[in-house]
Design a protein around this ligand. Structure first.
Ligand SMILES: [Fe+2]
Ligand SMILES: [Fe+2]
Length: 489
C-alpha cells in the first residue's frame, strides 16, 4: 500500500490526519497493517501521538514464526539402482563339502592344488621346455624348467639355499647359489608349500636355478571402472558381544550411511557393504574368553548384529562372510553362516567366496592365513596387511602354507585363486591397509573392536573405526573415520 492509498483508506472511514501525523505516515513501512489498527481503534482525528502509539503497539507484535522445516537433503543416488549381484555357488564351500577325512582326501586336495597352479605356471612363455621331475636324469647339462611344490627349504654348508620340490611323481633338489645374487635374493621369498616354476641347468639330477617364477596375476591390467556412480563399503572384525566392540562408533557409521553427517554425497553412493568375518566375538574361541564378553550367548550376539543391520537402508545389500570367531567350522574353507543365526537382511556367503558387484569381481576371505605368511616372509608385518595380501595373490592361493591354520582337505582347493579379482577384501588383522596391485584393489577393512589384551601382548596396533569405500565410477578407494581420539601408537 502506498501513501495515497493509505490516505484514501483513512478518509473513506471518516478519519482525519493532523499535519504532523501526515508527515509521520511517510515513514511507516507496513501501511496496511497500521490502517487496520487505526480502523479497529475507531479514531476520528488521528494525531501524531496516536499514530506513534499505534506504530509502537504494532512493533510489539511478534512476527509470526515461520516454521523452518529442514528438508532432509539426503537423496541417495544408490536408491535409483537395482542390485547387480552375481554369486558363484561352485566356488563357495557352502553345500559343497565332500571331505570325509580319509588319507585319500589329502592326496586329492594337494593334487588339485598342484594341477591348478601348474596350469597357471605352464602358460608362462619361455624358450626352454617344461619337464617333469622324473625326466631330469635324461637332461644332464641342459637348461630346463620345472614346476613343483616346495616341501623343504634349508641352507647348505657352503651357504647356498636348497629346496626340495615335488610334482605328481617325483621329488628333486633345486639349488640357489649364493654367488647368483638375483636368484638368491628371490629365494628368500620362498615359503613352504609354494608351487613354483624354476628355470636352470641340470647337473647330476639336481637343478641349479637361475630364475624362480611365482604364478602371480597378469601385469597388464587397468583398474576397473563403471558408468554408475555407486560404491561399496568394506567392514570386518566387528566382534559384536565383546566388551571391546565399539558400538557407539559403529552406530556413527550407520547414521552416516543414512545421510546424517558430512559427505552425504558419498554416503548416498553406497549400494553394497561387504563384511569379511569376525561378525561376533563368539564363545570359547580362546581360553578365558568369557571374561572379555559382554554378551555370553551366541544367538544374542548375532541378534545384536542383526538389529544393527536393520538400521541399514533396504536399497543397500549387505554381504556377510564368516571368520575364525564366527559360529561355523573353524577350518577353511568356511561355509556361510546358517540362517538360524543370520536371516533375511544379509546375503550370506562362505570364506572364501567370489561375488560380482556391478561387475566388480570380489574375492572375499577373512584372512586367517595372514599370520603364517607374515611370520614366514621378511618383507611382511602386521602394520601393512596389504603386503602379505599381495603375497597371497602372487601365489594364487589364499592359504599357501599348509598346516599353520586349519584346512579341510576338500577334493579341490577352494583357496586357489583361479580367476583375477578386481577386489581382494580381507580382515582378521584389525589393521586397515590398501593397495592397487596389477589392477586389483587390495583392501583390508580393519575392525570395530578396541585393542585387545592379546594385541597388547603381541605389540599389534589396530586401526578401529575406519571404513574403506570403493567408488566404482572412478575406481578410487577412500576411507571414512568414525572414531575420535583413538591412537594406540
Ligand atoms: Fe578379528
Ligand atoms: Fe579373525
Amino acid at each position: 500500500m502506498n501513501e495515497e492509498e493509505f490516505i484514501k483508506g483513512i478518509l473513506d472511514k471518516g478519519m482525519r490526519l493532523t499535519p504532523e501525523a501526515s508527515k509521520l505516515i511517510l515513514e511507516v513501512k507496513d501501511k496496511e497493517k497500521i490502517l487496520d489498527n487505526l480502523i479497529r481503534e475507531g479514531f476520528t482525528i488521528i494525531t501524531k501521538e496516536d499514530l506513534e502509539s499505534i506504530i509502537a503497539e504494532y512493533e510489539k507484535i511478534p512476527e509470526p514464526e515461520v516454521e523452518i522445516k529442514r528438508k532432509n537433503s539426503f537423496e541417495p543416488i544408490a536408491k535409483d539402482y537395482a542390485f547387480n549381484i552375481r554369486v558363484y555357488p561352485d566356488k563357495d564351500i557352502t553345500n559343497n563339502s565332500r571331505c570325509t577325512g580319509k588319507p585319500e582326501d589329502f592326496v586329492m586336495y594337494f593334487r588339485s592344488r598342484l594341477l591348478m597352479t601348474k596350469s597357471v605356471l605352464s602358460e608362462r612363455i619361455g624358450e626352454t621346455p617344461i619337464i617333469r621331475i622324473n625326466e631330469l636324469k635324461t637332461r644332464n647339462n641342459s637348461d630346463v624348467r620345472l614346476i613343483g611344490m616346495v616341501i623343504d627349504k634349508r641352507d647348505s654348508q657352503k651357504g647356498n639355499l636348497i629346496v626340495e620340490i615335488e610334482d605328481e611323481q617325483e621329488v628333486c633338489l633345486v639349488i640357489m647359489m649364493k654367488s647368483d645374487e638375483n636368484v638368491y635374493a628371490l629365494a628368500d621369498q620362498i615359503v613352504l608349500d609354494d608351487i613354483l616354476l624354476f628355470e636352470g641347468r641340470v647337473y647330476n639330477g639336481i637343478l641349479i636355478a637361475k630364475e624362480i617364477i611365482w604364478p602371480d596375476i597378469p601385469i597388464m591390467r587397468n583398474k576397473k571402472t563403471i558408468e554408475e556412480d555407486l560404491a561399496v563399503a568394506y567392514l570386518s572384525d566387528l566382534h559384536v558381544g565383546s566388551k571391546l566392540f565399539m558400538e557407539k562408533e559403529f552406530n556413527k557409521f550407520l547414521d552416516w550411511i543414512n545421510g546424517n553427517g558430512e559427505d552425504k554425497e558419498l554416503a548416498g553412493k553406497i549400494k553394497y557393504i561387504s563384511i569379511s568375518g569376525d561378525i561376533v566375538d563368539g564363545i570359547g574361541i580362546y581360553p578365558r574368553q568369557e571374561d572379555e564378553l559382554v554378551v555370553k550367548d551366541i544367538y544374542k550376539q548375532y541378534g545384536i548384529f542383526m538389529d544393527l543391520m536393520e538400521k541399514i537402508p533396504d536399497y543397500i545389500k549387505v554381504i556377510v562372510s564368516p571368520g575364525n570367531h564366527d559360529a561355523v567350522r573353524r577350518a577353511q574353507p568356511q561355509p556361510q553362516l546358517p540362517k538360524e543365526l543370520l536371516n533375511g537382511k544379509t546375503l550370506n556367503v562362505g570364506s572364501p567366496s567370489w561375488i560380482d558387484l556391478e561387475g566388480f569381481k570380489h574375492l572375499i576371505y577373512h584372512g586367517d592365513s595372514l599370520d603364517s605368511i607374515i611370520s614366514s616372509l621378511s618383507n611382511c608385518d602386521h602394520t601393512h596387511p596389504e603386503v602379505p595380501m599381495i603375497e597371497l595373490l602372487k601365489r594364487r592361493n589364499l592359504s599357501p602354507i599348509y598346516g599353520r591354520n586349519p584346512i579341510v582337505p576338500e577334493k579341490k582347493d577352494y583357496l586357489f585363486i583361479d580367476q583375477i579379482p578386481d577386489v581382494l577384501h580381507m580382515g582378521h588383522v584389525h589393521k586397515n591397509g590398501y593397495s592397487l596391485y596389477r589392477g586389483t584393489h587390495i583392501i583390508n577393512s580393519g575392525t570395530f573392536q578396541e585393542r585387545t589384551n592379546f594385541q597388547i601382548k603381541q605389540g599389534h596396533i589396530p586401526t578401529p573405526g575406519i571404513v574403506p569405500i570403493l567408488c566404482m565410477k572412478t575406481g578410487e578407494v577412500v576411507h571414512k573415520k568414525f572414531v575420535a581420539g583413538v591412537n594406540y601408537g
